[in-house]
Write a protein that binds this ligand. Structure first.
Ligand SMILES: [Zn+2]
Length: 105
């Protein structure tokens, strides 16, 4: 699903209200205004300390940037319920297929 900054901003605001989070202050400068650069990031989960495995499970996130000092925070979408179910299912299926393909080699 392509990233839509306006949809994410609204969904994020709703999720924060639902979770009863009292605003988001920057841990560096205490500013409360953030920018959304637009786009997802993924943190791949590794089951070993040596090497990097690409294509396995990952944490989908959206970065937000403090408007004052530039501190970057990352929001894990799953915790806030912001990962569309179809996307989560697709990612799981693709991961499983790559794992199976990797075992055949
Ligand atoms: Zn800041």
């Amino acid at each position: 699903m392509p990233f839509n900054k306006e949809e994410f901003a609204k969904a994020f605001e709703d999720a924060v209200k639902r979770k009863k989070v009292g605003g988001i202050s920057c841990p560096i400068c205490s500013n409360g205004k953030w920018s959304i650069p637009g786009g997802y990031t993924m943190s791949p989960l590794q089951d070993e300390l040596v090497g990097i495995k690409i294509g396995g499970p990952a944490i989908p996130k959206v970065p937000i940037i403090c408007n004052n000092c530039g501190f970057v925070a990352e929001i894990a979408l799953g915790v806030l319920g912001l990962v569309p179910k179809q996307e989560a299912k697709k990612a799981t299926e693709e991961s499983a297929q790559k794992e199976i393909a990797g075992k055949d080699q």
